[in-house]
Design a binder for this molecule. Structure first.
Ligand code: HEC
Ligand code: HEC
Ligand code: HEC
Ligand code: HEC
Length: 129
């Protein structure tokens, strides 16, 4: 009985420390959580996206494949924009905005998956309930 209880306490301690590690790890992005989607009604469930694991599996080395930077000549090859949310540049839908936020995300994510014939392209595969 006593032994079982000790084992249980150890199991709980291990569980808590593992969870704590996950919760406090900055690297551990698990969904696309752009703050622009906080303020309006989300119609679809959040998008599963294990940032580092995804990029490793997909063998994407350059951060600026997604976190791109532009100047008047076009996309800059020697610069990137990580740390700046997509929504700071791609504003949520407005009449004058040609590349609105949702479309920007869909083009980037689905665009590459279609091109490489790898990764999800169906709604429910990304917006997992
Ligand atoms: C496949 C696309 C993709 C690639 C490649 C990628 N990221 Fe990201 N990253 C995202 C998305 C999407 C988000 C979540 C939305 C946002 O914060 O802009 C994000 C978020 C982040 C954040 C958090 C920003 C915040 O506001 O919390 C950091 C930091 C970051 N990425 C750094 C990097 C670095 C460094 C690299 C290269 C080693 C990289 N990313 C490569 C797509 C990508
Ligand atoms: C620092 C500002 C900035 C940030 C941050 C940014 N973009 Fe962009 N993005 C631009 C500009 C400028 C263009 C080119 C003009 C246009 O088409 O609107 C562009 C073009 C695009 C395009 C069309 C061209 C292409 O590369 O396929 C997509 C898709 C896109 N962005 C998605 C994203 C996503 C997704 C994120 C976040 C991971 C992001 N952008 C972050 C400024 C930014
Ligand atoms: C530059 C190419 C590229 C971009 C951009 C990209 N992906 Fe992917 N993604 C891939 C590839 C390649 C795979 C398949 C990897 C494998 O399983 O071998 C994949 C797989 C996935 C998977 C299934 C595997 C996993 O990691 O769970 C999800 C979910 C996913 N992508 C979501 C996204 C989202 C969301 C975005 C946009 C924020 C995105 N991807 C942007 C290339 C890309
Ligand atoms: C490759 C992954 C991927 C696929 C496939 C995909 N989406 Fe998305 N979608 C995203 C990302 C990333 C965002 C922006 C961030 C977020 O909402 O989590 C988004 C945002 C949205 C939004 C705006 C936010 C909201 O919930 O109101 C809607 C609506 C949406 N998607 C609908 C769809 C529909 C409909 C389909 C199928 C035709 C689809 N998506 C397929 C990745 C995907």
């Amino acid at each position: 009985m006593k032994k079982n209880r000790l084992a249980l306490y150890i199991a709980i301690a291990v569980f808590v420390s593992v969870c704590g590690g996950i919760a406090f790890s900055q690297e551990d992005i698990r969904t696309v959580a752009d703050s622009a989607f906080d303020v309006r009604q989300i119609m679809r469930p959040p998008v599963r996206f294990l940032h580092d694991g995804h990029n490793e599996k997909a063998q994407i080395g350059d951060c600026n494949v997604c976190h791109h930077a532009y100047d008047e000549k076009g996309q800059k090859t020697d610069d990137s924009s990580e740390g700046t949310e997509c929504s700071e540049c791609h504003k949520p839908e407005t009449p004058e905005n040609t590349l609105a936020l949702t479309r920007a995300y869909h083009l980037q994510c689905k665009g590459c998956h279609a091109e490489r014939k790898a990764g999800p392209v169906m709604c429910g595969e990304c917006h997992v309930k």
